[in-house]
Design a protein around this ligand. Structure first.
Ligand code: NAD
Ligand code: IPM
Ligand code: MN
Length: 353
């Protein structure tokens, strides 16, 4: 019996609604498989925890998480209780950085049965490789002067190692897909980091003569995600560009509630973390209508990471059929609840047994 030990952090808001749903799905999958088991340990680290303890996780929180095979996280953030930059840097961003989860993989594809806001959507199937540890997300900078002369300075950090690692990851992934990598740049307006990004992209591309390359400025690329998403395969972008592009990727699928993500530790020293693209959705929390598909598809990415691709494929097929048959939460135009969608996924998995 293979056992996967998973640290589960539901976090804030709808994280507490969609994580239990996806855990339930994983447990059913384990039963179907018969040869594996998931052992979940829950960690109640959220903004309420911060109010009681003065931090988002205990001092030895990272040590506690380190031995797990993976971290399964919902969402973090409740700005009524804690400013977002404090809660996010205290938990989500802290784990990404300290556990060297340098790549954030975020696929987007068209699902039949889910209405895309695009007028005439063609089948698209793309994946964004987001650099996940540096770039525009940096704590370097500060605020000087006061009053009307005050200035906030925010430095971006682009190391050759980090940039090359993300770009190379994208090319390796493209070799297993449709051999096309698009680089998200902004070297016309950002003076230092983006010309550097382009240079590294061109250097790495030389090692992959059989992969088609394309470089687009992020503003144009954001528009192309809307006007011609079917022409993309792998897109590599900096931390911030990848963040923004993947909400667009989610939107053209029909809802950010569907979109999954995997924060990958590529050197194997620390656990990777699986959390959907969406946040804690304070506007719908407590109503039982959060879309669980983003978290469930995220579970599929965790299965892939564990080398259980076949089981992951079974899960994604079921998700596609459930959506196609109209089991949809309100964000994708339906009237189903979180529980109804989850129960349908589970019922269809059980029917396969
Ligand atoms: P959000 O993704 O939480 O919500 C944006 C919109 O999408 C809202 O209308 C929301 O109702 C909807 N939505 C999101 N997930 C949904 C789901 N599963 N089902 C149905 N509808 C869904 O983004 P936001 O409003 O910018 O952020 C809210 C909080 O979440 C903030 O504190 C923010 O910092 C945090 N956040 C956390 C993460 C994370 O932990 N990974 C990601 C994004 C935002
Ligand atoms: C995401 C989120 C986070 C990010 C925020 C909440 C810090 O938007 O995971 O996409 O920007 O990385
Ligand atoms: Mn985001």
């Amino acid at each position: 019996m293979k056992v996967f030990n998973i640290a589960s952090i539901p976090g804030d808001g709808i994280g507490k609604e969609v994580v239990p749903a996806a855990k339930h799905v994983l447990e059913v999958l384990a039963e179907i498989h018969g040869g594996l088991r998931f052992e979940f340990t829950d960690f109640p680290w959220d903004c309420h925890y911060y109010l009681e303890n003065g931090s988002m996780m205990p001092e030895d929180g990272l040590e506690t998480l380190k031995p797990y095979d993976a971290i399964f996280l919902g969402a973090v953030g409740n700005k009524k209780l804690v400013p977002d930059h404090i809660s996010l840097w205290g938990l989500l961003i802290k784990i990404r950085r300290e556990f060297e989860q340098v790549i954030n993989l975020r696929p987007a594809k068209m699902f039949h049965g889910v209405k895309s806001p695009l007028a005439n959507p063609k089948d698209f199937d793309l994946i964004v490789v987001r650099e996940n540890s540096e770039g525009e997300y940096s704590s370097i900078g500060g605020r000087i002067y006061q009053g009307e002369d005050e200035i906030a300075i925010q430095n971006g950090v682009f190391s050759r190692k980090g940039t090359e690692r993300a770009i190379r990851f994208a090319f390796e992934l493209a070799k297993k897909r449709n051999r096309h990598v698009t680089s998200a740049t902004k070297s016309n307006g950002i003076y230092h980091s983006m010309p550097f990004w382009d240079e590294v992209f061109e250097d790495v591309a030389k090692d992959y003569p059989n992969v088609k390359t394309e470089s687009q400025h992020i503003d144009a690329l954001a528009a192309f995600f809307v006007t011609r998403p079917e022409q993309f395969d792998v897109i590599v972008g900096s931390n911030l560009f990848g963040d923004i592009l993947t909400d667009i990727g989610a939107a053209i699928m029909g809802s950010v509630g569907i979109a999954p993500a995997a924060n990958i530790n590529v050197n194997g020293k620390y656990p990777s973390m699986f959390e959907p693209v969406h946040g804690s959705a304070p506007d719908i929390v407590g109503q039982g209508i959060a879309n669980p598909i983003g978290q469930i598809w995220t579970a599929k990415m965790m299965l892939d990471h564990f080398g259980e691709e076949e089981l992951g494929e079974v899960l994604l097929d079921v998700v596609e059929s459930v959506l196609k048959d109209g089991f949809l939460t309100p964000d994708v135009g339906g009237q189903s609840t979180t529980k109804e969608v989850t129960d349908e996924v589970i019922a269809r998995l059980q029917a396969k047994q």
